[in-house]
Structure formats: structure tokens, C-alpha cells
Design a protein around this ligand. Structure first.
Ligand code: DAH
Length: 344
């Protein structure tokens, strides 16, 4: 038995394997159920008692050595396999990361602002949480005007003379600009506005507006009309016509609503323009002398015009989207339609 053990030690030392299969075969040969070391273990039972200690020790060492040798071979076979595996091809093109794109409302807001910047307008912004004075009072709203009532305005604080509220229009930024900027003033004011409205295809409680304000000496209604016409042609195409209908806003006198010729049927009448050939895009007018006075501007010396439009409305007309809610639901199928729509 002693010789058999020595012999196996020797064989283990010389053992070689090139593949995982050969390693497994070697394991079975020495340590499997019918393996050589297992057989020696069997024989060990019938060894004379005085030799048991010596042989037992030797056998245990042998078994340990066999396990270690098999592990060693396994490891080196794996290493070789890895080294021989085909290397990564670094010239392969990478996986493209899915890129986001700008939201259609952001695209149109930016287009509106860019058009007016070309005309020499600056951009002004104001707070979304405003006070009654800047949203209503300074804009010549009479004290009991219905827009102040709870169903239209979200109030942040009530119970005092100048409550805080979420601005219902960006006209409040007109007031802040007149208060803080030197004359003449030529600004557009993009921003988010809030109204206590039930959400539907045509109305939402949060939407976006761009307000415009131009104050200088001798500004006339003709200047207003020309500015709006140029804007409409930049936005909807060079053949676009505008028409103005008399209207009423507390902060302008006279006031008008502006329609553009329908860019879908070109005046023939379709279901977008409801057969009229015209689409309403904004309100406008000459700044009321009371509004100038409230912000410390002398209406005898200065005059101006203002206009305000809904960004979602312009976007809906531009892209023939018939439900306002699409702009707020962030459905990727809708948003990805605009991934390349950055051109005017
Ligand atoms: N503030 C008006 C609104 O929210 C829009 C508007 C109309 C703004 C006429 C103006 C204007 O500056 O002159 O409906």
C-alpha cells in the first residue's frame, strides 16, 4: 500500500490537462467512486492496526494533494481558455444611447421668443406666485372683476387686501417690467400660468403664455398691427394674413383679438378653422393710460401696445393637434413626433 500511495503522489505531480474534460477525467480517475484513491481508502479498512496511524495520515495527505492538484489544473485550463478567446473588437461601433428631445411646448415657446428677439425685443420673466396687485389691480381690473373669483384663480393666501395667488396670465410681467426698466421698453415675457379650470381637450389648469409689451413715444396701433403681421408670417409661413376683431381687455384700449388665415385650408374652410378660414391666436391692444399711470409712466408722453398668446394654442395650430391634454401627458409616442421639429 505504501508503494501505491507513493506512486499516486508521483502521478499527481506529473498530471497534465489541457481541457476541462481532461481535468474531470483526472478527477474521476483519482477521486471518483471507483477512483484509485477511493480504492486505497477501501483497502485501508483491512490494514493492520499498528499501521493504521501511519497509513491513515499518508492517505489523508494524498487526498488533499489530489484535490489541490485538480483545482490547480482547473484554474489553469480556465485561464488558458480565456486567453485564447477572441479579443473584443474595439473598432465596433458603440451602442447608441436613446437621446431625449425638446418638448413641443418648449420648441414653440422658443420659436416665438426667437422671432421677437429678431425684431429687437428683450426677454423678461416674473414670478409664478404673484400678488393681486401685479396680476389684476395695476392692470386696471375693477375691484369686483370676475377673474379674481375663486373659480378662475388659485389663491395662495386670502383675507387681506393684496393676496398671493398663482398668476392667471403673464401680463403681470408687463407691470414688473414697467416698474423696473427704463423707457423705451420692448420685451416678451414667456411663462407658465394657472387657472382654476376643469381639464378638457381645449382647457387646462396649467399652460404657457408669451406676453409682449412695447412702450415708447408715438407708438401707434399701426405699429402693433405690423409687429403681429410679421410675427404671424414668421410663425405660420409667408402667405399668412391676419385680421383683427374688436375685443375687450381691462388693460388695453382699444383691444383686439387676432386671427391668422388658416394654414391648413388656406381660407377655403376646414374642420380645424370650423369652416371660417381663420384661427384665433392672441389678444392685443394699446396699453390703457391707467396701466401706464399705475406704473409711473406718463401717458401724455408715452404710448405702447401689448399682446398675449397661449403657447399650447399656437403649437396646436402649427401641428394640428386637436387635444391640449397631449401636451401634458408625456406619452413618448406623442413626444417623439417632435424630435426633429426644431425649425420654424
Ligand atoms: N392676458 C390675456 C389673457 O390671458 C391675453 C392678453 C390680451 C394679453 C391682450 C395682452 C393683451 O397683453 O393686450 O387672456
Amino acid at each position: 500500500m505504501k508503494e501505491a500511495i507513493e506512486q499516486i503522489f508521483k502521478e499527481l505531480n506529473e498530471l497534465k490537462a489541457n481541457t476541462a474534460k481532461e481535468v474531470e477525467e483526472a478527477r474521476i480517475r483519482f477521486l471518483g467512486k471507483k477512483g484509485e484513491i477511493t480504492a486505497l481508502m477501501e483497502q485501508f479498512r483491512s490494514v493492520a492496526p499498528e499501521l493504521k496511524r501511519e497509513y491513515g495520515q499518508k492517505l489523508n495527505e494524498l487526498k488533499k494533494a489530489a484535490n489541490a492538484r485538480i483545482e490547480e489544473l482547473k484554474f489553469s485550463v480556465e485561464e488558458n481558455a480565456q486567453a485564447e478567446a477572441p479579443k473584443e473588437d474595439l473598432s465596433m461601433p458603440g451602442d447608441a444611447l436613446p437621446l431625449g428631445s425638446r418638448h413641443p411646448v418648449s420648441i414653440v415657446r422658443q420659436q416665438i421668443v426667437d422671432i421677437f428677439r429678431k425684431f429687437g425685443y428683450d426677454v423678461a420673466e416674473g414670478p409664478e406666485i404673484e400678488d393681486d396687485y401685479h396680476v389684476f389691480e395695476a392692470l386696471n381690473f375693477p375691484p369686483n372683476h370676475p377673474a379674481r373669483e375663486m373659480q378662475d384663480t388659485f389663491f395662495v393666501s386670502t383675507g387681506h387686501l393684496n393676496p398671493l395667488l398663482l398668476r392667471t396670465h403673464t401680463s403681470s410681467v408687463q407691470v414688473r417690467t414697467m416698474e423696473s426698466q427704463p423707457l423705451p421698453i420692448r420685451v416678451v415675457c414667456p411663462g407658465r400660468v394657472f387657472r382654476n379650470e376643469a381639464i378638457s381637450a381645449r382647457a387646462h389648469c396649467i399652460f404657457h403664455q408669451v406676453e409682449g409689451l412695447y412702450i415708447d413715444k408715438d407708438v401707434t396701433f399701426a405699429d402693433l398691427k405690423q409687429a403681429i403681421l410679421l410675427f404671424a408670417r414668421e410663425m405660420f409661413g409667408p402667405d399668412t394674413e391676419i385680421r383683427m376683431r374688436p375685443s375687450y381687455f381691462p388693460f388695453t384700449e382699444p383691444s383686439a383679438e387676432v386671427d391668422v388665415s388658416c394654414n391648413i385650408c388656406h381660407g377655403k374652410g376646414c374642420n380645424i378653422c370650423k369652416g371660417t378660414g381663420w384661427l384665433e391666436i392672441m389678444g392685443c391692444g394699446m396699453v390703457d393710460p391707467n396701466v401706464l399711470k399705475a406704473s409711473g409712466i406718463d401717458p401724455e408722453q408715452y404710448s405702447g401696445f401689448a399682446f398675449g398668446m397661449g403657447v399650447e394654442r399656437i403649437a396646436m395650430l402649427k401641428w394640428q393637434v386637436n387635444d391640449l391634454r397631449h401636451y401634458f401627458e408625456n406619452d413618448m409616442r406623442f413626444l417623439s413626433e417632435f424630435a426633429t421639429a426644431t425649425e420654424v
